[in-house]
Design a protein around this ligand. Sequence first.
Ligand SMILES: C[S@@+](CC[C@H](N)C(=O)[O-])C[C@H]1O[C@@H](n2cnc3c(N)ncnc32)[C@H](O)[C@@H]1O
Length: 922
Amino acid sequence: MNAVEIEQAISDLALKEFDRHEFPFAFLQAFGNKETTLKRLRSGSSNKSDIGGVLQANNIHILVSDQGAVTQNLAKLKDSPATTKSKARFILATDGVDFEAEDTDTGETVACAYQDFPDHFGFFLPLAGISTVQQVRESSFDIRATSRLNRLYVELLKDNPEWGSAERRPDMNHFMARLIFCFFAEDTEIFYKNGLFSDTVSQMSERDSSNTHEVISEIFRSMNTKRDLRSAEGIPRWADVFPYVNGGLFSGTTETPKFSKIARTYLLHTGSLDWTKINPDIFGSMIQAVTDEEERGSLGMHYTSVPNILKVLNPLFLDDLRAKLEEAGNNPRTLLNLRKRISSIRVFDPACGSGNFLVIAYKQMREIENTINERRGEEGRKSDIPLTNFRGIELRDFPAEVARLALIIAEYQCDLLYRGQKEAIQDFLPLANENWITCGNALRIDWLSVCPPTGKPSVLLATDLFEDQVKQDLVNFENEGGETYICGNPPYLGSTWQSKEQKQDLAEIFEGRTKNWKLLDYVSGWFMKAAEYGLHSNSASAFVATNSICQGQQVPILWPAIFSIGAKISFAHTSFKWANLASHNAGVTVVIVGLSASNFKQAKLFSINDTGSPVVKYVDFINAYLVSGFDVIVDAKKENANGFCEMIRGNTGNDGGFLYVSPDQLASMKLHPKDQARFIRRVYGSDEFINGSIRHCIWIEDSNLEAAMAIPIIKDRIESVRTTRLNSKDPGARRLAAKPHQFREMNQPLESMIVIPRVSSEARPYLPVGLMPYPNVISDRNFAMYDAPLWNLAIIASRLHWVWIGTVCVRMRTDFSYSNTLGWNTFPVPYLTEKNKTDLTKCAEEILLARESHFPATIADLYDPVTMPTNLREAHERNDEILERIYIGRRFRNDTERLEKLFDLYTVMVAKNGITKSKAKL
Ligand SMILES: C[S@@+](CC[C@H](N)C(=O)[O-])C[C@H]1O[C@@H](n2cnc3c(N)ncnc32)[C@H](O)[C@@H]1O
């Protein structure tokens, strides 16, 4: 269950009649406990309570009592030896009237009326194993509001199925945006009286809900009618109390979906929340999921957290503003200049969703402006930062609407914070008619038309919340002369997931610029457009992206094109997990890349150090792999650059599976042991190698063919291989039909082979390279080095090699995809003396022996990052020690240092043959 689902479940529980016997179980169920767990607790078999309550070990001790004994019971729970013994983190006492609880880990407590306990659901989330509790707690309101609006939305669609159709969906979205505005306005005195909207709906609509839609529609009509026109327009007296809002929000049709009794109740419940607590950045991201069928399941739980957004915005420009503020001290003139500069800064997010990057940027700039005002003795001064300087492009209409709403709410909240309630309200209404969030495809729109450079007017019509584009005024910047900062987290979308239209978007941008653009992630389009924008405007940009654009095959395709037009990486954040709250989603691994065409003194390279804290390093140049050093691109090589042994792919079947034999099939073949020894071999693909599963194959040397064909079951299989190959569309496979008894290659070692799986999980701290003796066979799911000296294994098993492969080879989701030409042949190794080779051979033997000592553990067992055996880990450490000393005379401090050294060596290594600089390749 995710946080929203839990919130729904406990809100339902609080609404039900209190049942003192059932409450503890219902409470645990709301936090995702399964029926079987509850059954065991009910029967007492797993209930550890020593005071007649319900105690779930490691979680919670609950005591329900007669009225009036709640505080004493909480003390009893605290003193109970069972609470301590069973390590119950939470204690909870209630009588159905009062509710008290404590988190025994942190000492935090909750005391409230019983019906209000769902307000504290964030407090109990560790019960459901949700650990990002701080984040959830900070956004408790947003989760509750999303949850309620979600229920309302689903109910309304049930009552009005036609509003769910493609044509009516925008109307439904508009309606939701209007409601959100009303809920916010009624709690912030923008509507003069607290709760005015909900109270009016509650009082004026029938309890059977039959006219709810009419009442709401009249309220909307009133808010769209100027005061002096209201009597002529026949606005009823009860709706006349609402202010004139306009701003496009209530213009157009005021048609409202019909409400069932349940929907009306949901509406009033939603209104009863305290909407002053809304976080426009978080709420916006969550609420967009409500209107999106595919996303609704996760209910916006993958919203981008503020700290992550700041990882983009701070180095992009906010750090600099803060540094200038620091330098200015109390100098009024310098402060004034800084305020002027801030007021003309434009922030542009060309995939803005519901505007979270823009909202955070706005809030941060307001904070800096406020400090300036305070230092200049101008507290409460009206802000010079115009909302229209925060521009966005968003493909979907609802998030685009929410983005504008979110900015309006953020402006109000900042005014409230820095200027006071009276001033905040006085300047709030009517909303400005202009809009500056464009709904459209950012890869097709000319960014210069949405966000023109200084001195040029906007030429693209902005889409207003609901208005027809054609009626719009152009929205020009209020403060000319500013810098533009482009930011956001555009859709990542790997090449296989892109639609035809999205491929075409990329074609328009990259065709003629770079070869193989079809392999690029969709997000690449934003980088290229940002780099181009930088040619025409005083701007810098930074986006979050999947790390794949800075690894392996995408690097030589994308980055030469970007660098060739003068853009450089001004800052970057190396790979980190972009975690979110969706319980089913572990988060993607991302990078942040900042681009600038102007000269900057030093580039900033951020990374997460071994203890998980962020560190920054000032460097001269950041290359396309986000490594400080030379501007190089690693290209695949046919031969090993160090002159080491050849690594080749395992044997390819092209056989329809008929050369492979499962253990069951082998048993049913009933071969004579002599024939089995002659014609059957153990074969290793990556699953067999890593997970220890068993498979065999038919392996027939030409000289044995006649004898093999004399065995009917083998003959049948060979005939099936022949037919499969003959029917293949691939001419190469058809040619192989002439040798149906064999794999395409028949490679095998004289004595042994070093085996490297082509795909393996990045979670393993080392690449799971191994050694296989003759007569085993490996399939093309692995690479092999036949009869190579063992010190090669030591190199491949090293952390240095792991880091290189993770950077220059392709990654597939969270797996490494090993490549002989790109990973092995390019791997820079210093000259190895005979002594070095002997030392490394010993290291390899130790690794193999350490594995052997855990027989029959599989590679997957042995290299589990959590349970990896100590002796194996130590053997790898020794191997790293020996190898790294060969590189730099000591151990490397971290992976960043390893990569920098490898890139240095790589540069030297290929210099003789002409360095592959990041030139655009066509
Ligand atoms: C990963 S989300 C980021 C949105 C927001 N910053 C957030 O964190 O929630 C990417 C956004 O880009 C929008 N989008 C996708 N393709 C687009 C396109 N071609 N042009 C403009 N926006 C697009 C999506 O609708 C989505 O809202």
